[in-house]
Write a protein that binds this ligand. Structure first.
Ligand code: UDP
Ligand code: UDP
Ligand code: UDP
Length: 447
């Protein structure tokens, strides 16, 4: 934190000091880092709080890179208490275990937050710690804003989960849809399967957070009006989830900041040599492992489609465990046959640079929300958002093969989505306005 901001404070109004608290997973860290970068560029004081040890290498690398490129941002790294030993034996998802440990450990953060100087004006925290951050924000006497890493529609489903779980018939085998008053029904196939089981760690963490949403001052959402018009209208005019949700503040699509790595050169220079809008980019995000049969199906599809492609392959949930070689997964003959029109890669790529590249014409993706917003920003077609569990996402890709984006995706509509997305984040756009309104509110409070 810069000293000058404190000494200048006599002359100028105090700028808000905001603590950002993301939870495990690149899909969660990314919107927080983008928001931190934006707030810091608006001269807010920013303290980034991260849990140690991190689950994936991608998270530690991005936190270090971010801090080295944002020297004004203060960092608190806090040691997590170990996970509950009984949960470890029953849950195989290290990200969910980390969410649980973060909830269990958060009370330890209070002294370091209380001693920050200048004092905090607000906490911006992850949805999955809503219930454990509420008392801390209360003790500090400051507002907590939740930062959502998913769509407004999925957030509504999570917010309503405690009510759905209390009703035996919600997820019965006979149900074809799930109803939330004020919203269009959710097809039962779009509901994450773990939600049927109240004892599933994912379900219990989400349901616990959902019970505390109204204590938050607002929910900052990486979405924009033109992308989710009906859902956003229903929650903002009080037709849906009125007593459950605090104000929803759409601030998307969040803008990426530059993060360059040397190893990006290889595929970026390959892209430089392809024709405009000719390459299909295939990636299933940071934590979706592909099975052997999915890999086989996709490689057949890519081979047959004849399109150029950049395929980023992951075979384990956590990057540190991903040791298989590309050639052992797709076969040497596939690599040989397609060497003139595509590349298959392992490891982290800079998706924000890839999606920005003019040669990308389509994006086969699992519909992780960050990816959807990044694609929307660029007007690049993705399969329609089907926020839900991985089996639904895999089904979309499986059914679609690579035909759907060719047959059904209208470029006109996509161009429009891209234009609306850019407008939403432009200087006169709603998103920027919403962030600035929050900052101004916090400034008035602290002066
Ligand atoms: N991402 C990336 N390179 C990769 C994998 C992922 O840059 O190799 C980024 C991607 O651009 C997005 C985030 O990581 O910002 C993944 O979040 P998303 O919500 O799309 O999916 P998740 O990984 O959470 O399933
Ligand atoms: N949609 C679109 N182009 C895209 C992505 C989505 O036209 O690139 C559509 C999407 O299929 C949906 C609508 O926009 O029908 C809005 O999305 P959603 O259903 O999530 O929100 P809602 O309409 O309920 O607010
Ligand atoms: N999910 C989400 N936002 C979150 C966390 C999870 O949209 O913050 C969705 C995600 O798309 C995922 C689903 O909820 O597909 C359930 O999680 P997951 O599939 O990883 O659980 P599993 O089925 O592996 O137990």
């Amino acid at each position: 934190m810069s000293k000058s901001s404190t000494t200048d404070s006599l002359a100028q109004p105090l700028l808000p000091h905001i603590a950002l608290l993301p939870c495990a997973g690149m899909g969660h860290l990314t919107p927080f880092l983008r928001l931190a970068s934006m707030l810091s560029s608006k001269n807010c004081l920013v303290t980034l709080i991260t849990a140690s040890p991190s689950v994936s290498a991608a998270e530690s690398i991005h936190i270090s890179l971010f801090l080295s490129q944002h020297p004004k941002v203060n960092h608190i790294e806090f040691q997590l208490l170990p996970s509950n030993p009984t949960t470890i034996t029953t849950v195989d998802d290290p990200f969910f275990l980390q969410w649980q440990s973060t909830n269990r450990s958060l009370h330890l953060l209070y002294p370091s937050l209380a001693s920050l100087s200048p004092p905090l004006s607000a906490i911006f925290s992850d949805f999955v710690v809503a219930s454990s951050i509420t008392p801390i924000a209360g003790q500090l006497g400051i507002p907590n804003y939740i930062v959502s890493s998913t769509s407004c529609k999925f957030l509504c489903l999570m917010a309503y989960l405690p009510i759905l779980l209390s009703n035996d018939s919600s997820f019965s085998t006979l149900a074809t849809q799930v109803n939330i008053p004020g919203l269009a029904p959710f097809p039962i196939t779009s509901i994450p399967p773990p939600f049927r089981n109240p004892n599933h760690l994912f379900t219990s963490l989400i349901a616990t957070s959902a019970q505390d949403l109204s204590s938050a001052k607002g929910i900052l959402m990486n979405t924009f009006n033109e992308f989710e018009p009906e859902t956003l209208a229903a929650v903002s005019d009080g037709r849906a989830l009125n007593s459950i949700l605090p104000p929803i503040l759409p601030i998307g699509p969040l803008q990426a900041f530059e993060l360059k790595n040397d190893h990006d050169e290889y595929y970026l220079s390959w892209l430089d040599n392809q024709p405009k809008e000719s390459v299909v980019y295939v990636s299933f995000g940071s934590r979706t492992a592909m099975s052997d049969s999915q890999i086989r199906e996709l490689s057949k599809g890519l081979d047959r489609s004849g399109y150029r492609f950049l395929w980023v392959l992951k075979t384990s949930k956590v990057d540190r465990d991903d040791t298989q070689e590309v050639k052992d997964m797709v076969g040497e003959s596939f690599i040989e046959r397609t060497k003139n029109k595509g590349i298959v890669m392992k490891g982290w790529v800079s998706q924000q640079d890839i999606l920005q590249h003019p040669v990308i014409g389509g994006f086969v993706n699992h519909c992780g929300w960050n990816s959807v917003m990044e694609a929307a920003r660029k007007g690049i077609p993705v399969p329609w958002p089907q926020h839900g569990d991985q089996s639904v996402n895999a089904e979309i890709v499986d059914k679609a093969g690579l035909g759907i984006w060719e047959r059904k995706w209208g470029w006109g509509l996509e161009e429009l989505v891209g234009e609306e997305a850019r407008k939403a984040t432009g200087l006169d756009g709603n998103s920027e306005k919403v962030v600035m309104e929050v900052v101004e509110y916090l400034m008035q409070k602290s002066n």
